[in-house]
Design a protein around this ligand. Structure first.
Ligand code: FES
Length: 165
């Protein structure tokens, strides 16, 4: 994993979020969510400031970030494709969809394609268990996804991801 130092602007954003959250009970998870919402990931170099502010060790903060699959430690690609691998979706072809996404996007799970166009993430429940298998592309959820439907959705992702940010 290549770790890029956070910009001054990102560090300022994190400082503001720490100030906003530090006094609330159980601040760590809401703060980490806020940082990921703002930056797209939780950079390693903000962990010491978060730990200090919340009176936790760096290992405790790092442990929470790595425990929850939701948190990213690296900036994602321009598009994020998430394929559910939790139980209900697994029973309805979730693994097959993930393998298909790897082939179509040319990107392994848990990684970002070399051109930065797309990140492919297995996730553990998108809240659509009754309509599995489920996939999320950007902010949009897709239920009862068939391989053919995924292929068509991913063709669109590949097109839009070519556009520079
Ligand atoms: S198990 Fe896939 S959406 Fe819940």
């Amino acid at each position: 994993m290549k770790l890029i130092p956070s910009s001054a602007q990102d560090l300022a954003t994190v400082s503001a979020l720490i100030a906003e959250h530090r006094d609330q009970p159980g601040a760590l998870l809401p703060l980490l969510h806020a940082v990921q919402d703002a930056l797209g990931h939780v950079p390693d170099d903000v962990v010491p400031a978060i730990a200090r502010a919340l009176g936790l060790s760096r290992a405790e903060v790092h442990g929470v970030i790595t425990y929850y699959h939701f948190f990213r430690r690296e900036a994602p690609g321009r598009q994020v494709v998430q394929v559910c691998r939790a139980e209900a979706c697994q029973a309805c072809g979730g693994e097959e969809l993930l393998a298909l996404a790897e082939r179509v996007l040319g990107c392994e799970r848990h990684s970002t394609r070399a051109d930065g166009a797309v990140t492919l993430e297995p996730v553990y429940c998108l809240g659509l268990c009754a309509s599995s298998p489920a996939v999320q592309i950007g902010e949009k959820l897709h239920a009862r996804v068939t391989p053919a439907r995924l292929q068509s959705l991913l063709a669109h992702v590949a097109d839009t991801a070519e556009v520079a940010p």
